[in-house]
Design a protein around this ligand. Structure first.
Ligand code: URA
Length: 235
């Protein structure tokens, strides 16, 4: 139950003070009856109208950045009893992973209840870049890098690296950026070019980087922070 003036301000219509004025001037009805200041409403069941128009509480959107550990599914539940990222976070709000990381991949994963945001991040037409650090079973050769940048045929598509940099002296650790998002794409691209990915970590989505979070840690982002994904100069 909520006080009516709070319900009105939480709906985003106006401030709490203005809401009080609306109520005292008789412009607010609850279940068809003119309401009094201070009355309480059941936010699930009562119908609140201002000047004859129904108002409702908008769902509050939440955005979570998680440093996903290996051994977790990117889903809400699992019928085979494996651990999921949603259980790991343990919030009471219903949240969903934004896209997915494999069970054995770690790193940056977002979760939200904002369906529009998820669509803008995951739909292939927006070509949001994702950057990974891949540790390979052996050093990578220059000619293979060219193949990965030119595109590798995988099943029914061509997997292409937008950028690829060697990042260690042994030359078996690379930073790879892709803007497609096919199932196990990075692993498959390396397999097709003769390597096995031993460890895979996502470090950024668009311009949003994995913050200083230990494996399994998460933090809530403001919408503005989450929207960093859509900024230019992502790599
Ligand atoms: N590519 C992969 O192979 N695995 C992931 O989890 C993400 C991208």
């Amino acid at each position: 139950m909520l006080r009516l003036q709070k319900f009105i301000s939480d709906s985003g219509l106006t401030s709490r003070r203005k809401a009080e004025e609306l109520i005292t001037s008789g412009r607010v009805r609850v279940n068809g009856l003119v309401a009094e200041l201070g009355c309480k409403v059941d936010e699930q069941n009562d119908v609140v109208e201002v000047d004859g128009k129904r108002i409702t509480l908008g769902e509050k959107h939440i955005y979570i950045m998680l440093n996903k550990p290996e051994g977790y599914l990117s889903s809400v539940t699992d019928d085979r009893g494996r651990k999921t990222v949603v259980e790991l976070i343990g919030l009471k709000e219903r949240i969903f992973p934004v896209g997915r990381l494999d069970y054995d991949t770690e790193g940056l994963l977002l979760l939200t209840n904002d369906g529009e945001f998820t669509y803008r991040v995951t739909h292939p037409k927006f070509e949001i870049t994702k950057t990974y650090i891949a540790t390979l079973d052996k050093r990578i050769m220059w000619d293979r890098i060219k193949v990965l940048l030119d595109g590798v045929e995988i099943e029914d598509y061509v997997g292409t690296a937008n950028a690829l940099h060697i990042i260690n002296e042994n030359k078996n650790q690379v930073m790879i950026t892709i803007s497609q998002g096919k199932n196990r794409q990075v692993r498959k691209m390396f397999e097709k070019t003769g390597y096995t990915v031993k460890k895979l970590q996502r470090i950024s989505i668009g311009a949003l980087r994995l913050a200083n979070l230990k494996k399994g840690e998460w933090r809530e982002l403001s919408k503005k922070e989450a929207e960093k994904i859509f900024e230019k100069n992502s790599i």
